[in-house]
Structure formats: structure tokens, C-alpha cells
Design a binder for this molecule. Structure first.
Ligand code: NDP
Length: 269
């Protein structure tokens, strides 16, 4: 465990923590002192691996299965988390999928799957977390806030994305969802914020970085000149979950190597 533990004594739940960004966030929160629920849906071995890495670093973690798009499963997961850790201080809404297709070829199933996981899943988990935060209130020895919710959005909450309209619509929806609940919950000392990653090397976008040609093409979109790593996002999540960011409410923190800076205009326009 790290010496600096801004989340000591806190309990966190990270959805989709068996892979990519969620796995890195779960490990970083645990390294910062939080006990962590590692949520997964289809891959228990990967979730167990994340838990075992946290245990090896003297952290506290359990894996809990739930499909975040299913209300009964979400309710059962939050009950299990409370039984395990007593309460909850931090939710990281992270589970997300892509089902890409040209718009005119997109099936209703592709549309519904993405909205159900990326948007409805965030609603169901945030609602349960907020209910627990309201029930318990602020515990000053733990945190200045009654609870923190972090939504993993994307640069595609502002950058349109042809061929991925279900995904872009879900991320645009997350922006207004996050800001609206941030406004509603702030008087109860619940802080809600988003992180908008740019291109991060994970399985979700493997095709975009796994060959040198693909990576070179991707780098044309990234002024900072490197593809991001899950740990870049994990460090931002620790900060947003900690009292170091206590006055940060309803904000999206872009962690994107400058992807939103219209890189095409660097030499044109
Ligand atoms: P990965 O594909 O590596 O991981 C996705 C995770 O979500 C997995 O743990 C998966 O679980 C879980 N998951 C999928 N569906 C469900 C569900 N219905 N219920 C519970 N868990 C589910 O993707 P990333 O780590 O890249 O993505 C994480 C988040 O970051 C997503 O919201 C994504 O949109 C966002 N993001 C990613 C970017 C990137 O460049 N990688 C850029 C911008 C945003 P399992 O393994 O068990 O199936």
C-alpha cells in the first residue's frame, strides 16, 4: 500500500472493474486506502485477479457479480456490498461497452445494449449509492462529503463519433445525467463528477492501438503524443474521490492528452 492514503477508512464500489480502466481504478483506490468492491459481469477470473493483486498489496477488496443494466442485480450487489463493508463512500460508474455500426445498419439491439449498460447502468448504480449516502450522511472522521460519485464518461460526450452513435449518445447522456444529479445532490454534501478519458489502451479499443499503423493514426488525434494508460485515469479518480477535490462538484475532468483541442487546427484553419 502507498504511504499517502487519502481514502483511508472509505469503502468504494467500481463497476466493470475486471478489465481496463475499471481494474486500474479499483487498484488505485485500494492503494489509496479504500476497501473496494470489484464489480464484473462475465469474467470472474479477471475480477479474481484484480482482487488478488489488491490483496498482494495489503489492500482490501471483494469481487461481486452484477449486470449493471439489471435493477434486481444492482440492488443485490449494493446489499452485498453493505453486508461486506457496512456502508459505501465512493461509487465509480465505469462499466461500459461499444457495439459499433454504421448508423443505417445499426440494430435496435445494438442501440439498446449500449444505452442499457452505459446510461441505465449509471442511473441504477448512482441511485443506490446516493440512497446509501443519504441514509448515513457525513462522517467527518471519514470524509468531508457524504459520498462521491464518479462517472466514467468519454471525450465523446462532446466529440461526435460517426459509426458509434449509440456510444456517443450514451456519453452525451452521461454528461447531462451527471450534472443534473450533481445539482440535486450537492445540498446533501454528495459530490458527483465525471472523468472524460481520451484514447486509453484497453480491450475496448484494441483495434485502434494494437498495430504500429493503427497507433500512428490514433496519435494524429492526440497533441500530447502518446496513447493514454489506465493508470492515467486511475490517478484522476483517486483525486476526485478524495477530500483534495472537496470543492469540485458537477465537473467533467478531461484526461485526454489534448484530444479535445481540435488537433486538426494545429496546422490548418
Ligand atoms: P473494457 O472493455 O476494458 O472494460 C469494460 C468493463 O465493463 C469490463 O470489466 C466489463 O466486465 C464491464 N462490463 C461490461 N458490461 C457490463 C455490465 N452490463 N455490467 C457490469 N459490468 C459490465 O473497457 P475500458 O476499461 O476501456 O472502459 C471502461 C469505461 O471507460 C467505459 O465506460 C468506457 O466507455 C470508458 N472509456 C474508455 C476509453 C478508452 O479509450 N479505453 C475512452 C473513453 C471512455 P467483464 O469483463 O466482466 O465483461
Amino acid at each position: 500500500m502507498a504511504d499517502y492514503q487519502p481514502l483511508k477508512g472509505q469503502k468504494a464500489l467500481v463497476t466493470g472493474a475486471s478489465s481496463g480502466i475499471g481494474a486500474a481504478v479499483a487498484k488505485a483506490l485500494a492503494g489509496a486506502g479504500a476497501a473496494v468492491v470489484v464489480n464484473y459481469v462475465g469474467n470472474p477470473a479477471s475480477a479474481r485477479q484484480v482482487v488478488s493483486e489488491i490483496h498482494s498489496a495489503n489492500g482490501v477488496a471483494v469481487a461481486l457479480e452484477a449486470d449493471v443494466s439489471q435493477e434486481t442485480q444492482v440492488l443485490a450487489m449494493f446489499d452485498a456490498a453493505r453486508r461486506e463493508f457496512g456502508t459505501l463512500d465512493i461509487l465509480v460508474n465505469n462499466a461500459g461497452i461499444q457495439r459499433d455500426s454504421a448508423f443505417t445498419q445499426m440494430t435496435l439491439d445494438q442501440w439498446n445494449q449500449v444505452i442499457a449498460t452505459n446510461l441505465t447502468g449509471y442511473f441504477l448504480c448512482a441511485r443506490e449509492a446516493a440512497r446509501e449516502f443519504l441514509r448515513r450522511g457525513v462522517v467527518p472522521s471519514v470524509s468531508k462529503a457524504a459520498g462521491k460519485i464518479i462517472c466514467m464518461s468519454s471525450v465523446h460526450q462532446v466529440i461526435p463519433w460517426a459509426g458509434h452513435v449509440n456510444y456517443a449518445a450514451s456519453k452525451g447522456g452521461i454528461m447531462m445525467f451527471m450534472e443534473s444529479i450533481a445539482q440535486e445532490l450537492a445540498p446533501h454534501r454528495i459530490r458527483v463528477n465525471s472523468i472524460a478519458p481520451g484514447a486509453i489502451k484497453t480491450p475496448i479499443n484494441r483495434a485502434a492501438w494494437e498495430t504500429p499503423e493503427a497507433e500512428a493514426k490514433l496519435l494524429e488525434l492526440i497533441p500530447y503524443g502518446r496513447v493514454g494508460l489506465p493508470e492515467d485515469i486511475a490517478r484522476a479518480a483517486v483525486w476526485l474521490a478524495s477530500d483534495e477535490s472537496d470543492y469540485v462538484v458537477g465537473t467533467t475532468l478531461f484526461v485526454d492528452g489534448g484530444m479535445c483541442l481540435y488537433p486538426g487546427f494545429a496546422t490548418g484553419g
